[in-house]
Design a protein around this ligand. Structure first.
Ligand code: PYC
Length: 332
């Protein structure tokens, strides 16, 4: 039996985005968070088939558009990625909104802005258009906050580290330069890929964050190595590790949000401050602390992230049950 998925492929600041424009399964659920659980229970083979080899690769990520669960909103997004269905994905949102608008899949009630439901909550979008192209997308993201400070771990091959955990739509272990980690210049991509799973495992063993309003969002999924910038106009550089073997090629939207919350928590950013974040390959997002709020009882910020995406082509993908590798594979 052959399943067909019509995709628009592209990238946001270098990281892949696969917008699955045709072939989305019907999902149960009164919110995008509930729809995410339903997808994971019944349709995860679509994610692995489209993201894993041979149809995808270690960095592959993307998503589906759904009608909103609340008619006051414009659209819903369900994210797919090699590591699962993320509650929120910043580079994915920038790509999905760009490709969706450019190809008439999203019809905004108010041109220039959108209210978008994602599993992590409601995000607001402001975008610019020139001719047929969407030139920039700014996401006002979900509330972001520091979940834990000063977790001490010992990383085989590196040494002792003290890390914090911060949330920006996913939970990040934030590793700042310190004794055993002198900065990204001293680490090759293959060292980041070797050491990050060890950091993640050690942090997971020490602490499990749970979202104050949605207990289905829990656990550290990503590792964010911070550093000073290399490029002109940037305020900071980072390398985000996700899945089993991926370094984000974009500055990472939820990673940037978590870093903004972390810097605000250290008193280094105030409401209204901009923070230009540089990715491992030198691409940039503009971050901003929009406001301070509380999430449950926890002090939090609302961050925004701005960037742009480029569609690279249409891709009609078959998942054929007669293919031995119909639901994909990973080489670990
Ligand atoms: O941009 O939020 C993001 C993201 C998460 C994983 C890869 N990119």
């Amino acid at each position: 039996m052959r399943h067909t998925f019509f995709c628009i492929d592209g990238h946001t600041a270098g990281n892949p985005v696969r917008l699955v424009a045709g072939g989305a399964p019907l999902l149960k659920g009164a919110t995008m968070s509930e729809r995410r659980q339903d997808f994971l229970e019944r349709f995860d083979w679509i994610r692995t088939g489209l993201c894993f080899e041979p149809r995808g690769h270690d960095m592959m990520s993307g998503g589906f558009l759904y009608p909103p669960t609340d008619p006051a909103n414009d659209i819903g997004i369900l994210f797919i990625e090699t590591s699962g269905c993320l509650p929120m994905c910043g580079h994915g949102t920038i790509g999905i909104i760009t490709f969706g608008l450019e190809h008439g899949l999203i019809q905004p009630a108010t041109p220039g802005s959108l209210r978008v439901e994602v599993p992590a909550g409601l995000i607001e979008i402001a975008y610019n258009v020139e001719g047929a192209k969407v030139t920039s997308v700014r996401i006002t993201n979900v509330p972001s906050y520091v979940a834990a400070r000063g977790i001490e771990i010992d990383v085989e091959g590196l040494g002792p580290l003290t890390v914090d955990v911060s949330y920006g739509g996913n939970y990040y272990a934030i590793v700042e330069p310190q004794g055993a980690y002198t900065g990204l210049e001293a680490m090759s991509a293959s060292q980041i890929l070797t050491l990050s799973p060890r950091v993640r495992e050690a942090v997971r063993a020490a602490f499990e964050p749970v979202h104050p309003l949605d207990p289905t969002i829990r656990g550290v999924s990503h590792v964010l190595w911070t550093d000073v910038p290399r490029g002109e106009g940037a305020d900071g550089r980072n390398a985000v590790f996700y899945g089993d073997k991926a370094i984000d090629r974009s500055p990472c939207g939820t990673g940037t949000s978590s870093r903004l919350a972390h810097l605000a928590g250290q008193g280094k950013l105030q409401v209204g401050d901009r923070f230009v974040h540089e990715s491992y390959i030198g691409s940039q997002f503009i971050g901003r602390v929009e406001k301070e709020i509380t999430l449950g009882d926890t002090p939090a910020i609302v961050p925004s992230i701005e960037g742009s995406a480029i569609a690279t082509g249409f891709n009609t993908i078959w998942i054929d049950r007669e293919d031995r590798f119909w639901d994909g594979f990973q080489v670990t």
